[in-house]
Design a protein. Structure first.
Ligand code: ADP
Ligand code: MG
Length: 250
């Protein structure tokens, strides 16, 4: 018996103004797997994550979430999106709302969850990301690392089948990167299913089940980290890794 992946991307094509940004991407994320997207700036990593989250219209291809074709226009995109959580590079917390309200806003306002229930759930989530004491703080009183942990808590609000993380440590001061990656590692250890773009190669090497190297909107190579990062088959992967090493990111 083969186990169905949580996410299957098939032949995904996305263009902006005639520029093919994703050029037929195929990708699977199995249950409890951490799949790490690497690739040069502009290779299409963010576009891929945004397409998976149905924040963009696809030009071609299919997205299957637990076998459901969520890219079918007849599928309710809002419902599909609720089965995923997404966190972006820049903190997207609402500055005028407390940490607690940031987390409970969508459940209460969009999904009609009663305040008491939403609050209890948010407090549990804050406990999970180690920020119980910050429930009533405003985002500008938190460090960048703490803000990203709140954003992760918010993304976990619906117990997502799939967590999408787009370079969530890139905007952080170096000393704050560790606490956010430690949280991702913990979520992975708890059986989370994660598709993430990152430049943190050390993290990818330790935590990824699979690394996908994307270049010019196409998957150049994919495999376990020790293979893709340690013994890449393709010249383009080697060149990219060399540049990353030269930049001191490995
Ligand atoms: P990455 O995340 O790997 O750096 P992106 O997915 O952000 O790459 O971008 C891939 C390409 O798509 C880039 O050339 C970028 O300029 C282009 N692009 C991304 N979003 C848009 C958009 N909304 N409109 C036009 N071009 C875009
Ligand atoms: Mg990006």
């Amino acid at each position: 018996m083969t186990v169905e992946p949580v996410l299957s991307v098939r032949g995904l094509v996305k263009s902006y103004d005639g520029n093919r940004v994703l050029d037929g991407v195929d990708l699977d994320v199995g249950e409890h797997q951490v799949v790490v997207l690497i690739g040069p700036s502009g290779s299409g990593k963010s576009t891929l994550l945004r397409c998976v989250n149905l924040l963009e219209d696809l030009d071609d291809g299919r997205l299957l979430l637990d076998g459901d074709d969520i890219s079918d226009p007849r599928h309710d995109a809002g419902k599909a999106r609720r089965r995923m959580g997404i966190v972006f590079q820049a903190f997207n917390l609402f500055p005028h709302l407390s940490v607690l309200d940031n987390i409970t806003l969508a459940p209460r306002e969009v999904h009609g969850v009663p305040r008491k229930e939403a609050t209890q759930r948010a407090l549990d989530l804050l406990d999970r990301v180690g920020l119980s004491d910050k429930a009533n703080s405003y985002p500008d009183r938190l460090s960048g690392g703490q803000q990203q942990r709140v954003a992760i808590a918010r993304a976990l609000a619906y117990e997502p089948r799939l967590l999408l993380l787009d370079e969530i440590t890139s905007a952080l001061d170096p000393e704050l990167v560790g606490e956010v990656l430690a949280l991702v590692r913990e979520l992975a250890g708890q059986g989370g299913t994660i598709l993430m773009a990152t430049h943190e190669m050390g993290f990818a090497r330790q935590v990824a089940d699979q690394v996908v190297f994307l270049d010019h909107g196409a998957v150049v190579e994919t495999g376990p980290p020790e293979q893709v990062l340690g013994d890449p088959r393709h010249e383009r992967t080697r060149l990219f890794l060399r540049r990353v090493i030269d930049a001191g990111r490995i």
